[in-house]
Design a protein around this ligand. Structure first.
Ligand code: ZN
Length: 145
């Protein structure tokens, strides 16, 4: 039952991704690529006083990668850099370990089912790899490989 709801949220975000546009006043950008699936995205951030004021992305990918980027941009807005990195860590734990679902993740728990499909984990984490590069100010494209 709960997983049907999760599926629905993922589907909704893949069909109508939030924050899916480029950003003219972004002060951080990074690109990500998942060669395994062909997912590509470009992430834009506007960071002021160490807080993510705005986040958006463009790109094309499968339903999992698109919905993950959509939910990620929603989740990190208003967070400090450290909080965003903490969330990244928790999200990675959710997808790769058996730890009980943390409430800090909020809506991001919808991806817990991806854990059972190792190939799709890279689709779900692509946006987050890209986020890390954007926060670190790295210029090299993020790759899940
Ligand atoms: Zn994918």
């Amino acid at each position: 039952m709960v997983h049907d709801l999760y599926q629905e949220i993922i589907l909704d975000h893949s069909k109508r991704p939030r924050n899916h546009h480029s950003m003219d006043d972004a002060n951080r950008q990074a690109e990500g690529y998942n060669p395994l699936c062909g997912d590509k995205l470009k992430l834009y951030l506007r960071i002021e006083d160490d807080i993510v004021r705005d986040a958006s992305f463009v790109g094309a990918g499968c339903a999992i990668s698109t919905s993950s980027a959509s939910l990620m941009t929603e989740s990190i807005k208003g967070k400090t850099r450290a909080e965003a990195l903490k969330l990244l860590e928790k999200f990675h734990e959710l997808l790769t370990t058996d730890v009980s679902v943390s409430q800090e993740l909020g809506k991001l728990v919808v991806f817990c089912g991806v854990r059972d499909y190792p190939a799709r984990v890279k689709c779900a984490t692509l946006a987050w790899h890209t986020l890390k590069n954007a926060l670190d100010g790295a210029n090299d494209p993020a790759s899940t490989e």
